[in-house]
Write a protein that binds this ligand. Structure first.
Ligand code: HSE
Length: 303
C-alpha cells in the first residue's frame, strides 16, 4: 500500500471487565467515535472536535488521539507529518465506555493507514495495549466482538468469546464522570486466595454463560471480588440501581470498565423493564442517566 493523504477511522465503544473479568475481558458496543486525519503541507497541528462534550477534549498536542499517532511514528522511527484531525464524538468521556481506547486505537490505525500499513493488525494491537496499560478495552475496540486477552510470553493471546444472540446489554450512563486512575487507585494491591478462586470460577462460568445464554449461569457469573466491591462506593446509587435491574429481570449488573456507567445483561423479554428500572432508581438518587440498549459490535475499528 502507498502513502495516502487522508484517512477516516471509526472505532467502537467498549465495556471492560464484565464483572469477574477484571483487566482481561471486554466487548465492543455499537456506539462510535470517528476520527479523520488529513496531511497538511505546512503549518502545525489542527484539531477540530464536534459532538457531545466536544469542548472538553484537548485540542493541542496533549490530545490522547494525537499522542497515540505520535507513538506510532516513534515506533517506526519516522517523523510524523503535520495533520489536521477532525474528531466526531459519539462515546461519552470518562464514563467507563472506552473513550480513551477509541483514541489510542484510532490514532494508531490512522497513522498506519497514512503510511501505507507498515504495521500488521497484531503489531498495532500490541502497541495499543502497551499505551493503554491493559488490554480489555483496546482489543475489542480494534477487533470487535467480545474478547479475552491473556499474556503469552512477551506477547498476548487473544480469544474471541461467543456471545449468545439473546443476550442484551443495557448501559446506564450517569451524568457524572469517574476517572480510570481514581477508580484504579481504590483497589488493593493484593487479594486473598479465596477471592482469586471466586473470580477464576466466575469468569469461567461467565464465558460459558455468554456462549449458551443459560440464565442460571449468567445470574451467578456476573459477580466479582477483585474490583467492584471497592469501586462501588465511588458510584452513588450503585446498590439501588443493581437491585432495581435484577428485580426487573436482569441476569445481573456490573460496573462497565472502571465506571461510572453500569451495565446490565438481560434478554429481549425484560430489556424495556430493566432500562426503566435502572433509570428510575438513579433518578430517585437525584442522578440523571442516559439508559439504553446497545448491541455488540462485531466489526471493530474500520478505516
Ligand atoms: N480494566 C480496566 C479497569 C478498564 O477496570 O480499570 C478501564 O477502562
Amino acid at each position: 500500500m502507498s502513502v495516502v493523504s487522508s484517512v477516516t477511522v471509526t472505532v467502537p465503544a467498549t465495556t471492560a471487565n464484565l464483572g469477574p473479568g477484571f483487566d482481561c475481558i471486554g466487548a465492543a458496543l455499537k456506539l462510535y467515535n470517528q476520527f479523520k486525519f488529513t496531511r497538511r503541507e505546512e503549518g502545525g497541528l489542527i484539531i477540530i472536535v464536534t459532538g457531545e462534550e466536544a469542548e472538553r477534549v484537548e485540542t493541542d498536542d496533549s490530545n490522547l488521539l494525537y499522542q497515540a499517532f505520535i507513538r506510532f511514528y516513534q515506533h517506526i522511527e519516522q517523523t510524523p507529518p503535520a495533520v489536521k484531525i477532525e474528531i466526531q464524538i459519539g462515546v461519552p468521556l470518562a464514563r467507563g465506555l472506552g473513550s480513551s481506547a477509541t483514541a489510542v486505537v484510532g490514532g494508531l490505525i490512522a497513522a498506519n493507514q497514512l503510511e501505507g500499513a507498515p504495521m500488521s493488525q497484531s503489531q498495532l494491537m500490541e502497541l495499543a495495549i502497551a499505551i493503554e496499560g491493559h488490554p480489555d478495552n483496546v482489543v475489542p475496540a480494534l477487533l470487535g466482538g467480545c474478547r479475552l486477552a491473556a499474556t503469552s510470553g512477551a506477547g498476548w493471546e487473544i480469544c474471541d468469546v461467543p456471545w449468545h444472540k439473546d443476550i442484551i446489554a443495557i448501559v446506564a450512563i450517569p451524568d457524572f464522570e469517574l476517572s480510570t486512575s481514581e477508580a484504579r487507585h481504590v483497589l488493593p494491591t493484593e487479594v486473598s486466595r479465596a477471592d482469586a478462586i471466586f473470580n477464576t470460577a466466575h469468569l469461567g462460568l461467565l464465558l460459558r454463560g455468554l456462549e449458551t445464554g443459560k440464565a442460571e449461569w449468567l445470574k451467578a457469573a456476573l459477580q466479582d471480588k477483585l474490583h467492584q466491591p471497592y469501586r462501588k462506593i465511588l458510584i452513588p446509587g450503585y446498590d439501588a440501581v443493581n437491585l432495581a435491574a435484577v428485580a426487573a429481570g436482569a441476569y445481573g449488573m456490573v460496573i462497565s470498565g472502571a465506571g461510572p456507567t453500569l451495565l446490565a445483561l438481560t434478554d429481549d423479554l425484560h430489556s424495556k423493564a430493566v432500562q426503566a428500572a435502572m433509570s428510575a432508581a438513579w433518578q430517585e438518587e437525584g442522578i440523571t442517566a442516559n439508559v439504553r440498549s446497545l448491541s455488540l459490535d462485531i466489526q471493530g475499528a474500520k478505516s
